[in-house]
Design a protein around this ligand. Structure first.
Ligand code: ZN
Length: 167
């Protein structure tokens, strides 16, 4: 394995790799870099009807997700925390994807994304867009945890919220 590829398996040296753009092209597609540089929806929603926090010890990523609900629908999602570019970009992308959905719809959407990131099924939804960029991370198995961290966090928060609502 060439040295460059081996480096991609570690988050810690990621910053050192940034000048070597050609090597990172597949992993850090333009959309990921854009979300990393200009994260959307960073902070905490008011009120925080849904709240959850998760860490990825493999990489030191730490993400919290909050969401605001109006009439059973998610009207705002925000994330905060710190981590590698993949974890933060993925969180930023996710915040825009869950708005307008009911909690079961959002959870289903997250589960489809998680299936794609496990390589179980190619994500065939018409809303692919930004998520397709994250599918490129599948080539770097250690980084999948980074890409799914925010989604896993939101899933846990939604599940906890659904649990305390009457069915
Ligand atoms: Zn990471």
């Amino acid at each position: 394995m060439p040295t460059g590829s081996r480096l991609l398996f570690s988050c810690a040296v990621e910053a050192l790799m940034l000048p070597y753009r050609p090597m990172l092209e597949e992993l850090y597609q333009e959309i990921i870099l854009d979300h990393y540089r200009r994260p959307r929806n960073r902070g905490t929603t008011v009120p925080a009807d849904i709240t959850a926090k998760e860490t990825n010890p493999l990489c030191g990523d730490e993400i919290s997700v909050t969401a605001k609900l109006v009439d059973g629908k998610i009207t705002e999602v925000k994330f905060d925390g710190h981590g590698c570019s993949i974890s933060l970009a993925s969180a930023s992308i996710m915040t825009g994807r869950l708005v307008g959905k009911t909690l079961p719809e959002a959870r289903n959407y997250i589960e489809n994304f998680q299936k794609m990131m496990r390589g179980d099924v190619p994500y065939g939804g018409k809303e692919l867009g930004d998520l397709k960029a994250l599918e490129g991370v599948l080539k770097f198995p250690v980084r999948v945890k980074c890409a799914t961290l925010a989604w896993h966090t939101a899933h846990r928060g939604i599940t906890a919220k659904l649990g305390d609502q009457p069915v």
